[in-house]
Design a protein around this ligand. Structure first.
Ligand SMILES: Cc1cc2nc3c(=O)[nH]c(=O)nc-3n(C[C@H](O)[C@H](O)[C@H](O)COP(=O)(O)OP(=O)(O)OC[C@H]3O[C@@H](n4cnc5c(N)ncnc54)[C@H](O)[C@@H]3O)c2cc1C
Ligand code: SF4
Length: 523
């Protein structure tokens, strides 16, 4: 079967779902191909044993660590909406200086080929589309903005408000985290979100999280020109004889081979799967992988240095929705050391099941959970060419990844520990392995990016500034693989903003304009 469309989008996560939504009102025939299915709505969505211990929704199969030869289950989820079904919805803009080159302890984070100002209009649209609640300027490190958040910051629950007071007294600048929830604090009775304790890392049972499925794919499917085909894994992209045009999208649907074609093809399968698909599409014209004469496809894999740390409040912490506070005072350094350290933010609160998982010897996990305060620390990692995605002989994904800037990350952890007394917490801290899906290591791919970088020079980048492959006329990549550096803030708002930017370009190429009128998430 070969069906022809104006645009085929591969992957329905932050990149592909957003781009599909932006193109829906153009009236062009759009086919969205997604290897996963709709995530089932069921009580287990909010059950920590199902989500963290039984790994009920983890479905990527096995990848291999190239260095050790060991197989592992990556922290990946294949569903309509992609990994945003599970994300914490913390939607940061990159810092303005993140777009320039920055000296780190282990090397230079390279400059992007565009400036923050080039991205700013799309950041605003992204924040509005994904219901981001926040307060620009409360974080002194915030980049400049032309428009305010459409939704006010979420209020802190009392223990987090106390934390804010204590950190402020200590001279720090805590700020309300930018978080994407469909929630109106002045009218909670009309809000899909109920501000529960099972958000970060869980799918939302009541569709209150601003994920790519809820805010983009579902609204886009109301347009007759948009078609979604689930359980359809794209296995190969084939070109015409010139090698310049993708003419066939080959997929596997429930074991049956299918073929599609489109004037334009957009890959957005996640940074690792997109690189793998391009490598799997090697041909006589593209022997090193599709669009990969430069050899960069699959290289410069970044994943962040992340730590999940559980502190224990001296006073009970009955907080339900904890992700309302961040601290960026050490983003660029601590004054004593000339290199950046990174960001701190609250994480979803551990319950007794998670504490039991992280501290199997604990005598009373429930009592520990009553005092738990969870934090997420992120340090930028660098784009090493040898950190890369390759394919084994069997076509399966292999990753090689050596962390960088680990000294900076240890210093950030040291800074965090030095604040425990200020934060009215005990002096001991528990590493939160469950959130990471196991020991911190190669399987922690949640923040993957950088494998098909964009740039102006085809010798050092695979994508041009519009995220079109230099070597092809009709192939784009819009997930986090276009990143040139990982920065130390969460990646997804930048993926969304870029997808909107590329959608504008594609709409222009199709002779139309994208929808500036935002389709509401709920009818
Ligand atoms: C627990 C968790 C918490 C997170 N919290 C945050 C957060 O608070 N803030 C933040 O910014 N980021 C967060 N992230 C990261 C965030 O989810 C990702 O940055 C984001 O989803 C990436 O978007 P993407 O479009 O690049 O890829 P994805 O969202 O992964 O989407 C890729 C899609 O492509 C599909 N696909 C893959 N291969 C194929 C194929 N061959 N054919 C067809 N379809 C394919 C996949 O099924 C998937 O639906 C978190 C991630 C996790 C797992
Ligand atoms: S906090 Fe809101 S968005 Fe998050 S899971 Fe609970 S109801 Fe859903």
């Amino acid at each position: 079967m070969t069906d022809h469309y104006d645009v085929i989008v591969i992957g329905s996560g932050a990149g592909g779902g957003t781009l599909t939504h932006a193109l829906a009102l153009t009236g062009k025939r759009i086919l969205l191909l997604e290897r996963g299915d709709f995530l089932p709505r069921e009580p287990q969505n909010w059950d920590s044993t199902s989500v963290w211990v039984d790994l009920r929704y983890r479905n990527p199969g096995k990848w291999t660590d190239s260095d050790t030869g060991m197989e592992f289950t990556p922290k990946q989820h294949y569903y309509v909406g992609g990994n945003t079904k599970f994300y914490g919805a913390i939607l940061f803009r990159f810092r303005e200086r993140d777009f320039g080159s920055i000296q780190h302890v282990d090397g230079v984070s390279p400059a992007w080929p565009v400036d923050y100002a080039d991205f700013e209009p799309w950041y605003t649209r992204a924040e509005h589309l994904y219901h981001v609640h926040g307060q620009h300027g409360a974080d002194p490190d915030d980049p400049p903005t032309a428009s305010d958040y459409r939704y006010p910051p979420l209020s802190h629950e009392p223990r987090i408000a106390q934390l804010e007071t204590d950190l402020t007294k200590a001279g720090l600048h805590p700020f309300p985290l930018p978080v994407g929830l469909i929630y109106d604090e002045s009218a909670p009775q009309f809000s899909p979100c109920i501000r529960c304790a099972t958000c970060d890392g869980y799918p939302c049972l009541v569709n209150g999280k601003a994920d790519a499925h809820v805010v983009c794919v579902e609204p886009a499917l109301r347009y007759p020109n948009v078609t979604l085909r689930t359980r359809t894994r794209v296995t190969r992209l084939e070109t015409d004889g010139t090698g310049r045009t993708v003419t066939r999208v080959v997929a596997d649907r429930d074991g049956q081979a299918e073929e599609y074609s489109a004037d334009l093809v957009v890959v957005s399968a996640g940074a690792i799967n997109s690189a793998a698909l391009l490598l799997a599409s090697a041909s006589d014209r593209h022997p090193g992988g599709l669009g990969n004469s430069s050899g960069v496809v699959g290289r410069h894999l970044m994943m962040h240095n992340n730590s999940s740390l559980i502190a224990f409040s001296k006073i009970p912490n009955p907080t339900k929705f904890a992700k309302t506070l961040g601290v960026n005072d050490f983003y660029s350094g601590d004054g004593d050391w000339p290199y950046p350290l990174g960001a701190m933010q609250m994480l979803g609160k551990s319950d007794a099941v998670l504490i039991g998982f992280d501290a199997p010897d604990a005598q009373d996990p429930a009592e520990l959970a009553r005092h738990a305060m969870d934090f997420w620390l992120t340090t930028e990692d660098l784009p090493l060419p040898e950190n890369r995605v390759t394919l084994g002989r069997d076509g399966r994904i292999r990753l090689r990844y050596t962390p960088t800037n680990t000294e900076a990350h240890q210093r950030l952890i040291g800074k965090f520990k030095s604040l425990l007394s200020t934060m009215q917490c005990r002096e001991d801290v528990l590493p939160g392995y469950s959130y990471l899906g196991g020991r911190l290591g190669i399987s922690a791919v949640a923040h993957q990016n950088g494998t098909v970088r964009f740039g102006t020079d085809p010798a050092t980048s695979a994508l041009d500034l519009n995220c079109k492959m230099h070597e092809l006329d009709n192939l784009y990549v819009v997930d986090s693989s276009f990143f040139c550096s990982s920065t130390a803030v969460n990646p997804t708002l930048t993926i969304i903003a870029n997808a909107l930017r590329v959608a504008d370009h594609i709409a222009g190429r199709l002779g139309t304009a994208t929808a500036r009128v935002e389709v509401p998430a709920h009818a």
